[in-house]
Design a protein around this ligand. Structure first.
Ligand code: HEC
Length: 156
């Protein structure tokens, strides 16, 4: 009986884990929740990219190990906002421009380009091996993808 019970709880935990890993898009009860989620994700992105950019332009002392840590976090958070641009999330407290929902393919391409640059940056920084010159180049390439999308799809 004891064994049966513990099997039941294992099944319950497995079911819960499956729910938690379901696509984020299915998890927003209200459009406002999705908007808040993507803004939080972008805010984290801004923080961790900001630290890398700060090192690249000399505002923060360069430390390859710190760069690796920030690039690793950036790589994860850069994947998060996109599932929160579903239908109905174009209105409300958002600085996302309506063209996002008219030019979805272009918008998604911009998101993919950014993630590709971030992945390259994270790979170069991994293990603390990046040089300041490499960081500068990767930050420049990544920053250009942020700017391109913001210029087209984000309110000033
Ligand atoms: C494909 C488009 C796209 C790319 C690429 C992109 N952003 Fe954004 N970003 C947006 C949109 C749209 C918003 C507005 C979200 C909203 O208000 O609902 C935003 C908002 C933000 C915000 C404000 C978050 C807040 O507090 O409301 C920050 C910070 C930010 N982005 C940083 C970055 C950084 C750093 C990068 C590059 C590493 C980046 N973004 C790349 C589209 C993009």
């Amino acid at each position: 009986m004891k064994r049966l019970l513990s099997l039941t709880s294992i099944a319950a935990v497995a079911a819960l884990a499956a729910t938690l890993s379901a696509p984020a898009a299915a998890q927003f009860a209200k459009p406002e929740d999705a908007i808040k989620y993507r803004q939080s994700a972008f805010s984290l992105q801004g923080t961790h990219f900001g630290r890398l950019a700060g090192m690249a332009n000399g505002r923060i002392p360069f430390d390859a190990k710190v760069a690796a840590d920030n690039a690793a976090v950036l790589e994860v958070v850069s994947k998060l906002p996109w599932a929160a641009f579903g239908p109905g999330t174009d209105v409300g407290k958002t600085s996302a421009l309506p063209d996002i929902w008219k030019e979805t393919a272009k918008f998604n391409a911009g998101a993919e380009k950014m993630q590709a640059e971030v992945s390259k940056l994270a790979a170069a920084a991994k293990g603390g091996a990046i040089t300041l010159d490499q960081l500068k180049a990767a930050v420049g390439a990544t920053g250009a993808t942020c700017k391109a999308c913001h210029d087209a799809y984000k309110e000033k």
